[in-house]
Each structure stands twice: as structure tokens, then as C-alpha cells.
Design a binder for this molecule. Structure first.
Ligand SMILES: [Fe+2]
Ligand SMILES: [Fe+2]
Length: 154
């Protein structure tokens, strides 16, 4: 069994909380969109839910490999809006939190010479950056006037 710095274990636990928060939020948004009659957007959100579930699974497997019991203790309540651009803005904020978390976790792992976990967090960072870009593009297609606000956060 490999070992890890306590802060790396804490970063894994926090990552799991954030990913499961994303699962809950995207699943809820998919159901909301279906209720609003927007099946194609609902399907897209459902695919995003699966991606976040796969991220959660990678983190759980990593914790098990380290002999740590997964305990996501900070599942946040779902944020909702009244239309699709509003949902996408909320999801963009959630992705930003994941990006900040993974960037900090990867930076710390590099600092202490833990290349295994530096690579683990870096890979998740890049996937969330890609995801965030997809959400920003989708939002800009729907509401060109919102594009500047989204870009202003990066
Ligand atoms: Fe994720
Ligand atoms: Fe994501």
C-alpha cells in the first residue's frame, strides 16, 4: 500500500465532496430541464453527471489504494436557476471551484515531491478546465451578452 501526506488525503476528501456535489447538481439540473421540456439540454446535463460520477470513482479508487475510507462530508445543497443560462452560470461557478481545488492540490503535491498525486490532480484539473470551457462556449452560444461575464472570471 502506498502512503500520502495528510494534506493530500484531505485534498482527496475535499475533491470527492466537490465531485459528488457536481453529480447532485447536474442530475438535478437534468431533471429540471426535462420538466421544462428541453430534452436535448437535459441529455447533455445527464452526460455531464456521468463524467462527474467517473471523476468521483477515480477519487474513491485512489483513496482505497491508500487505505483511506471515502467520507465526503461536505456535500453542498443544489443551486438552481429559472432558465438554462442561469443553470450554466451556476455550473461554471462550480467548475471554477473544482479548478481552483485541483490546481492547489497539484501545486502542493509538486512542492512535497509526490509526483503520483501531482499527476493525479493535474489530470483532473485539465479535464475540469476542458469542461469549464465547454460550459462557457454553450453559454456564449445561448446568450452572447453573457460571454464577457464568463470570460471575466478567468
Ligand atoms: Fe469532475
Ligand atoms: Fe466538471
Amino acid at each position: 500500500m502506498t502512503s500520502a501526506h495528510p494534506r493530500v488525503l484531505a485534498a482527496l476528501g475535499q475533491a470527492l465532496s466537490l465531485e459528488l456535489t457536481a453529480v447532485q447538481q447536474y442530475l438535478t439540473h437534468a431533471s429540471l430541464l426535462e420538466a421544462w421540456g428541453d430534452q436535448s439540454s437535459s441529455d447533455r446535463f445527464r452526460r455531464e453527471t456521468v463524467e462527474e460520477m467517473q471523476h468521483s470513482e477515480r477519487i474513491v479508487k485512489r483513496m482505497i489504494a491508500l487505505g483511506v475510507a471515502p467520507a465526503a462530508s461536505q456535500l453542498r445543497s443544489v443551486s438552481t436557476a429559472t432558465d438554462l443560462p442561469g443553470l450554466l452560470e451556476l455550473n461554471s461557478l462550480l467548475e471554477d471551484q473544482l479548478i481552483v481545488h485541483y490546481a492547489e492540490a497539484a501545486r502542493f503535491c509538486r512542492l512535497i515531491g509526490d509526483s503520483t498525486h501531482a499527476e493525479f490532480f493535474q489530470a483532473l484539473l485539465e479535464e475540469e478546465q476542458h469542461h469549464s470551457g465547454d460550459i462557457a462556449r454553450w453559454l456564449s452560444e445561448l446568450s452572447p451578452h453573457l460571454q464577457l461575464q464568463v470570460r471575466a472570471r478567468f
